[in-house]
Design a protein around this ligand. Structure first.
Ligand SMILES: Nc1ncnc2c1ncn2[C@@H]1O[C@H](COP(=O)(O)OP(=O)(O)OP(=O)(O)O)[C@@H](O)[C@H]1O
Length: 275
């Protein structure tokens, strides 16, 4: 069976900067894959290409055998690709419930006339969206108020609402951009559990994460990027010992460190623990 997501020789450049430079990796349905790499390695740019926010210069992206390369974000989202962002993108003045319901407009079923006249079809689909929103908030373990504006929530709860919103889109591929950032230890444990629950629904979970504790614990496979391409792809244990990965994070052992340079390349410590 071919992988759910296949990224092949992907390239995108900004001016002279080749942010993604020949990236190839895949993710299977029911698999958790982490994409790691030093700052500026091209991880978020790769996500932006997969979700259609950036148009790649070359290469291909297929989902479930369908070519989605360079398609518009709404078209790609409708094929079952969903994501969360490094910086939360919720509507702070809308309620928790409305933020999650807002993720469901892709279900369709309503048109302008339905909405204008509140037809029975409109009311039925509104009821359905509300039930689904509750269901996904339960799924992610959200326990706060649901009729209150999102801006009143603690950060960890806002992250849960974002996850519920992402999941409410009938996701086949869930892309999480630094989902552990800003979470405390127990919230990170909940996040690991949630990633596994999503995986168990049969979706592919691909996460960009700097917290190596999270990466090593939850990933079935780790793709390591540097300078826009993958330099390693394997189990957490295998990539941790990979000399190319160690070099990418720590620099060559015999490389002289200039006085005005940091001793380490910027990026996480690949020995486990919060970064
Ligand atoms: N919209 C853009 N315009 C210009 N340059 C960009 C843009 N987006 C990314 N870049 C550049 O592309 C390179 C890769 O950036 P990207 O954010 O994808 O890396 P990253 O691996 O996600 O980094 P981080 O871990 O710090 O989030 C960087 O040099 C960045 O400055």
């Amino acid at each position: 069976m071919s992988p759910l997501l296949e990224v092949n020789e992907l390239q995108i450049a900004f001016g002279g900067v080749k942010a993604v430079n020949g990236l190839t990796f895949s993710a299977d349905a029911g698999e958790i894959v982490s994409v790691i790499g030093p700052n500026g390695a091209g991880k978020t740019s790769a996500f932006n290409c997969i979700t259609g926010f950036y148009k790649p210069v070359s290469g291909s992206i297929t989902l479930d055998g369908k070519d989605i390369t360079g398609k518009r974000p709404a078209v790609i989202a409708a094929t079952g690709v969903t994501r969360t962002f490094q910086n939360l993108r919720l509507f702070p003045d809308l309620t928790v419930l409305d933020n999650v319901r807002g993720g469901m407009h892709l279900y369709g079923g309503q048109n302008f006339v339905d909405a204008l006249f509140h037809t029975p079809r409109y009311r039925k689909s509104e009821r359905f969206y509300t039930e689904e929103a509750h269901r996904w908030l339960d799924f992610v373990g959200y326990q706060g108020g649901r009729g209150i504006p999102v801006r009143n929530l603690a950060y960890g709860q806002q992250r849960q609402v974002e996850m519920a919103r992402a999941m409410a889109r009938k996701a086949k591929l869930v892309l999480l951009d630094e989902p552990g950032a800003g979470l405390n230890h127990s919230e990170k444990q909940d996040l690991l559990e949630l990633c596994r629950k999503i995986r168990d629904l049969g979706a592919a979970v691909v996460l960009i994460e700097h917290d190596m504790g999270v990466v090593m614990e939850v990933s079935e496979r780790v793709v390591v990027m540097n300078f826009g391409k993958e330099i390693a792809d394997g189990t957490p244990d295998a990539v941790k010992k990979n000399p190319a990965v160690i070099e990418a994070y720590l620099g060559k052992a015999d490389e002289p460190v200039k006085a005005d340079e940091p001793a380490k390349a910027e990026g996480p410590d690949i020995t486990e623990g919060d970064s």
